[in-house]
Each structure stands twice: as structure tokens, then as C-alpha cells.
Design a protein around this ligand. Sequence first.
Ligand SMILES: [Zn+2]
Length: 321
Amino acid sequence: MVSTYVTSSLILRILLVYLMVSRIAFAHDANEASAYTVQEIAEGNFVHEGNFPPQSLENRGDIANIGFIVGEKCVAVIDVGSSLHVGSMLKAAIQRVTRLPICAVIITHVHPDHLLGLNAFTKDDSITVYGHHRLPKQIRTRSRFYLESLEQYLGAGNTADHAIDPSLVTPVNGLLSIDLGNRVIELKSWDYAHTDHDLSVTDIKTGTFWAGDIVFSEHVPILDSNIRQYNAVLEELQKLDVQHYVVGHGSLDRPWDVLISEQRRYFRVLLREVRAAIVNDISLMDAVNTVGWTERDRWHNFDMYHRRNVTTSYTDLEWED
Ligand SMILES: [Zn+2]
């Protein structure tokens, strides 16, 4: 009898401890999920503003501006964050806004902060994943390296569930319209801009342009392509009638024209000074520490990305006629 009492008392205590621990864990998850906020920047267009990079344990990879567009029939997600954790938080935020199903996930380009949360959405067969027609090749080429980098945050051997299947991507070449129910969005593939496989999204109803990383706000632009063709794309974007916009990094409340002008100025300086360095036989090793440094105080994360931009431009312009 006593031993039965002791046993049931022990079970009760274990149960109570379990309930307390699970309540604390639930409260922690609930706090974190509710801290993951989205704002409606234009009717039906919701954005989560990420922190400025770099990715860290503290920000848990929440470094890009990502979001979704809600139609009358279904929802389109635009970029999915740098981990399953971020992707799941975005999914939960969508479910807090609407009960409509997600029908499309659009990946603007291969960079991990926009891509690696994809598997939070891919278990659902009714979701179509869209990307630039060159995206599958980029996933195949780069994803092993991206998963190795992610291990720094998630631990060795803990990233297998982040592996992206390139065959999931429905390729977009040119323009593609998707009707979300009384709301048409237009996907456009660009040739050479931030990368060689950028995809932008326009919500026709509100004139909202989702630029991915083609346009940066306050964050130093990143060049993973061809600087001359990127510049031509910016010129084209400056002429667009953009009512609202979402860029991959940085604040969303500055005038569109100012953003593009600042970025074009940065590229003008880069082009001019890289060409001068090549003509004057300044080596790439020296050029990365001298070219364009007058721009340093104008941008966030300049020290992290500028040298790479000089390298990319230098190796491209070296063979210019
Ligand atoms: Zn990017």
C-alpha cells in the first residue's frame, strides 16, 4: 500500500515537473513566435524586417526581409529565411494573419538567408516553389557549402533537414503571372543583377515591388554578378512606378529613388576606381584596400562585403575592351 502510494506520488511529481518544463518551453516558443512580427506595408503585403547581417546565434539567422502576399484564394510567400527555424516562424506568422492556404513560395535567389528555410513549406504538395530558371543549377552548385556554414550555428550533422531539392523549383524565364484570387502578382527573371538569377515580384494591385537583393537600403550593395549589367538593371528599376517596395536588407521607409541613386553612385565609384587601378597596374591585393573607400561611412557592413565587390569588379573589368 505504502509502496503504491510512493509510486503514484512519484509519478505525480514527475508529471508535474514535466508539465512545468513543457509549459516553460511552450511559453518560450510562444514568446519567440510572437516576437517574430510582420507589418503590412501595403494592403495584403506583409513583411518581416530582418536584422542586419551577419548571421549569429543571437539573431538565429533572422537577417533578411522576407514576407508574403495574401489574395482572396491563397497566399504567396516571398523568401523563406536562412533556416528551418526562421521559415517556421514565418509560416506561423502567416497563419496568424490568414487561414487561407499557401499556394506559392517564391525564392528570389540562391543566397542562404533567402533560401534555407524552404523545407518548412515543402511538405505540403499543394505549394509550388518558383525560382529563376538558373536557380536549380545554383542550388546544386552551392548548397553543400551553405549547409557546411550553417553547421557553425546548428552543430555538425544537424543540417540534413535543410538540404534543398533543386527539382522542386518551377523555373521562371521572363515574366510569369500568378493569380492569388482577385490579386495578380508578376514574377520577373533578371539576367545579371545582384546575381545571375534574381527573380522579382510585383503585386499589381498595390504597385508593390519585391526586389529581393537587387536593391539594398543602407546595407552596402553586394555584387555576385556583373557590375556593368547590374548598373543597367538599376537604371531600369529607377524608371519603374513603384508605390511600395521590399528590399532584401535594410529599412523600407526611404524613398525608392534615393535608394537606387545611392546604389548607382556606389557602383559608379567602384567602376571608375577599379578601371583606374587596372590602367595604373595596381594589383588586386592593393586595390581591395584603396578602391571605393570614400564610400565606407555611407553603408552598413561595408567592411564585410566591399572588398569582395572590388574583387568581383576587378576580375570582370580586367578583360574589358
Ligand atoms: Zn543575396
